[in-house]
Write a protein that binds this ligand. Structure first.
Ligand code: GLP
Length: 262
């Protein structure tokens, strides 16, 4: 696992956006580049930089297919808290990408299991995901894979924990009861099947989760810890998120990634 420690959120975002852009530009295969994407506050800086690159002609999305991580169950697309709405407002409406290349789980489906099975099939039809970018929750959830979701789980329906509904209540009038109780989400296995996984971890409130991801044992309690078994996992984080790492761990990653900082 690589851990890229940047001074702050802005630098973390630029590092991640440049990494993704390089991967898209260097993709020479005779099939689209398949990119997994998250919602939340963590990726907004990355999206802003990708938008800038697209508008300035530095990066094309014509040959990119996207799959989003998750979606609330029961929220229509035009609800401003749906992840469909978030993705269009924060990325897709501002870049030139063919509409048919965008894949987001349908939270209004009347057949959730079928919807999730079809999502997995569609990912497979493209030959899998090249790079899955993600964020994590304060309890270490990756997509909506709450603590004790199987580390080999596939796309499916997830019940949200009380903790996550409380954390996400800030978007729902500060009322946890208004946060949907369920979501559709890719599984941990879906994410770790990707060739590369790039997870953004920013801020003091994620410090415990970063330490669990990097230093703890692989455990269902912290589903993000599954990344330790992935050969192409990268954590991009900021200083604020490093507060719970041991000094040794912190220095170790600065040493081995020094070239990145020069
Ligand atoms: C939600 C999403 C996750 C996201 C997490 C963290 O629960 N389902 O995919 O990673 O929030 O969000 P933020 O980046 O705003 O901290």
């Amino acid at each position: 696992m690589r851990v890229i420690i940047q001074d702050n959120y802005e630098k973390m975002s630029l590092w991640a956006a440049n990494y993704i852009a390089e991967k898209i530009r260097n993709h020479k295969e005779d099939r689209p580049f398949v990119l997994g994407l998250p919602t939340g506050s963590s990726p907004i800086g990355v999206y802003q930089e990708l938008i800038r690159m697209n508008k300035s002609g530095e990066l094309s999305f014509q040959n990119v297919v996207t799959f989003n991580m998750d979606e609330y169950l029961g929220l229509p697309r035009d609800n401003d808290q749906s992840y469909w709405y978030f993705m269009h407002e924060n990325l897709f409406d501002h870049i030139e990408i063919p509409a048919e290349n965008i894949n987001i789980l349908n939270g209004m489906t009347d057949d959730p299991e079928g919807e999730c099975a079809r999502y997995e099939e569609k990912i497979a039809s493209y030959g899998g995901i090249d790079l899955f970018m993600g964020g994590i929750g304060v309890d270490g959830h990756l997509a909506f894979n709450e603590p004790y979701t199987s580390l080999s789980s596939r796309t499916g329906v997830r019940n949200l924990t009380t903790d996550t509904r409380i954390v996400n209540a800030r978007f729902f009038g500060n009322d946890p009861e208004k946060v949907p109780a369920q979501a559709l989400s890719v599984g941990i296995g879906t994410v770790t099947d990707s060739k590369e996984v790039l997870v953004l971890i920013s801020g003091h409130n994620k410090a415990r989760a970063l330490a669990a991801t990097v230093e703890g044992g692989v455990s269902q309690k912290w589903t993000c810890s599954a990344l330790q078994l992935h050969n192409g996992a990268i954590i991009a984080c900021d200083e604020a998120a490093c507060g719970e790492l041991t000094v040794d761990t912190y220095k170790y990653f600065l040493d081995i990634e020094r070239a990145e900082r020069l």
